[in-house]
Design a protein around this ligand. Sequence first.
Ligand code: CA
Length: 187
Amino acid sequence: MFKKFLKISLFLSPLALGCSQSHDLLFNSGFESGSEQTIDGWKPGASLNNPDRFQYGLDTTRRSGEHALKISNPQPNDSWVSQDVPVKGGRTYKLSGWLKTENVQLTQGTVGANLCVVGSFIRTTSLKGTQGWTQVVSYFKTSPDRTALSVACRLGFTNSAVSGTAWFDDVEFREIRLPAPPGLPEY
Ligand SMILES: [Ca+2]
């Protein structure tokens, strides 16, 4: 157990990551480009997709630059703003970003605001309630035949119904060019 922890800790250390990760594979990952409801490079989606349930857009509450992405669920929902990204099979990837929440409440499930890979169970830790800007991160491995996937800023999850507001900024998606430690989730 300790050996495994040590291996993952070394793998994730800033020194090891510094020289061995790709550039950010996302376009407009700081949400600086677009108009209010048209966010360059990103597209919206929701389990219940109507304005009573799901609102999104660029907002001046931000961590960097001039804007961040804001997602609001006035009533419980699972909603997201996603971007398709080409990937290579059998590689290790890091998904990270900054989240802020206001009155995020769950009526079903356990997952609040998070970053995730759509259609999988790969996601970062989630934020609930009201919280200031917090960094979240997730590592995973692609399956051998994977050529693309969709990265999402999400308020809710499969089987998690969530109301409230979340902001997302400085999202990054990078390939990690180190052998994957054992135990990483695969998609
Ligand atoms: Ca920004």
